[in-house]
Design a protein around this ligand. Sequence first.
Ligand code: C2E
Ligand code: MG
Ligand code: MG
Ligand code: MG
Length: 281
Amino acid sequence: AAKADGRRTRRLFEPAMDAALQARRALERDLRAAIAAEALEVHYQPLVDARTLAVTGCEALLRWRHPERGFVSPADFIPVAEETGLIASLGEWVLARACREAAGWPRPVRVAVNLSPVQFRAPDLVGTVARALTESGLDPARLELEITEQVMLEESAANIAVLHRLRGLGVRIAIDDFGTGYASLSYLRAFPFDKIKIDRSFTAALGQEAAALAVVQAVIGLGASLGTTTVAEGVETEAQLAVLRRSGCDEVQGFLFSRPVPAADLRALVAAPAVPWLAAA
Ligand code: C2E
Ligand code: MG
Ligand code: MG
Ligand code: MG
């Protein structure tokens, strides 16, 4: 009977829905194969001190070169990895890889690794992070974990405890894409964190909407009062950089300084005293 019901339900799906499901399953299968074949790589994008333009750290960003589809964006495959549980092994792999590579950089700048809210549901996140640090020999103070406001909304009591334990290892916590989630300001009082990353949608609107400048300046002021570092994401123009500097933003990140680059190309960026072509700005 269950089988017949299943068949009847299935016929109710629109063909388009079937196609979407099939595409998703194909993506899942290919992603599993990619993990097994180590066809994924980590690229890095520098974070820069807003005043000196020295590289202060680099964000690890997953890249997948699909044999037929070419480059698949993490924005497309991370959600599939989250829904299928693959994010656990994927997240562990990125963490280990990023720590190992950062341990060999020419200067001891920080490495930032994105964590999915789903990784917080695994019982051993703290153990996974501790292992990545021990196995790489990376100074824990050089590791920054980027979380989203989603982590504050789900299981908040349990997640606060996990964040305290992570900080107990000596790592730093950054709130990513700040201002785009649904977290209220009261979460900022309850959650331990070291850095606020202002979402790039606000940076993009600087110079176009007066309200964007007001929001960015308010967040920078909030960050300063809370004793945290503020970063603006998605800085693409010198005009945006100028406004952010005037507003007292601590760090900047974006295509103006560098796109995410493969590990081999990163070394020269990290070794340089400041972003070369902007150093005189
Ligand atoms: P995110 O953590 O907010 O990362 C910043 C994204 O903005 C990156 O996209 C980066 O390439 C892009 N970006 C940087 N500067 C600029 C700029 O000036 N202009 C514009 N238009 N974009 C800029 P990417 O690499 O495609 O990653 C997208 C998202 O996928 C990330 O957003 C993050 O949420 C997720 N992601 C990437 N790697 C991982 C990972 O290893 N684990 C998890 N859980 N998520 C990841
Ligand atoms: Mg991030
Ligand atoms: Mg971000
Ligand atoms: Mg963002």
